[in-house]
Design a binder for this molecule. Structure first.
Ligand code: AP5
Ligand code: MG
Ligand code: ZN
Length: 216
């Protein structure tokens, strides 16, 4: 199964992609997580990406496309993958089409998680992320069993640099300007499945399962 999780910042892409990845047994590929790993490990790519990310701007397409190409060629992607936060611009979607074309494969569906702006701000202002495995929590809506500690791996939880109010508002604006046009791009290809992204995490996961191609 080859899926794309689409939606505004804080829509729940990472939360749901992680669950779908466990359910389907295919890797969860988050470009945001990959970039943050590069920053943590002080790679050249991380240095190039950091200033864009902290301001809530998009990292240039060629950096992202190169990073995704390398990842999709890894053997664990053979039976599918869940892309989270990629593609995010029309040139990225075109680059993905070329990569998949060369590999002789196609996407099965693109899920758009729809969440109102006010809810996004509430979700991001309380988010905490695991430094080790990238799992997302929320201090009120999805708290870890022990404050500051990841339920999954015991790693330390932290607040992302781009979850400040100023960066969040910029991320929402950038999403509307540069990423939303992809809705039409994938609707034209018949791949887009719109999902109500409000309600509990379990409810939304149930909606996604009900919309999986082939009812898997
Ligand atoms: P990225 O890491 O992708 O950030 P984003 O798109 O802004 O999305 P988020 O990760 O903030 O939100 P999410 O939808 O994953 O929500 P989550 O599940 O965590 O990108 C970061 C930056 O990297 C970009 O700004 C850009 O600079 C760069 N970048 C990345 N990809 C790029 C690309 N392709 N091109 C160029 N640049 C790129 O949930 C959010 C919170 O809500 C959590 O606290 C969670 O616990 C809570 N929550 C989840 N579901 C619910 C629910 N149902 N009810 C209540 N709370 C919930
Ligand atoms: Mg995310
Ligand atoms: Zn963890």
């Amino acid at each position: 199964m080859r899926l794309v999780m689409f939606g505004a910042p804080g829509a729940g892409k990472g939360t749901q992609a992680k669950r779908l990845s466990e359910h389907l047994g295919v890797p969860h590929i988050s470009t945001g997580d990959m970039l943050r790993e590069n920053i943590e490990q002080r790679t050249e790519l991380g240095r190039a990406a950091r200033s864009y990310m902290d301001r809530g701007e998009l990292v240039p397409d060629d950096i992202i496309n190169g990073m995704v190409r390398v990842r999709l060629e890894e053997s664990d992607c053979e039976h599918g993958f869940i892309l989270d936060g990629y593609p995010r611009t029309i040139p990225q979607a075109e680059a993905l089409d070329r990569m998949l074309g060369e590999m002789g494969i196609e996407l099965d569906a693109v899920f758009d998680l729809e969440v109102p702006d006010e809810e996004i701000v509430r979700r991001l202002s309380g988010r905490r992320v695991c430094r080790q495995c990238g799992a997302s929590y929320h201090v009120v809506f999805n708290p870890p069993k022990q404050p500051g500690v990841c339920d999954v791996c015991g790693g330390q939880l932290y607040q992302r640099e781009d979850d400040t109010e100023e960066a969040v508002l910029n991320r929402i604006a950038v999403y509307k300007r540069k990423t939303k046009p992809l809705l039409e791009y994938y609707t034209r290809r018949g791949l887009m499945r719109t999902v109500d992204g409000t309600g509990s995490i379990d409810e939304i996961f149930g909606r996604l399962l009900g919309l999986l191609p082939g009812g898997k």
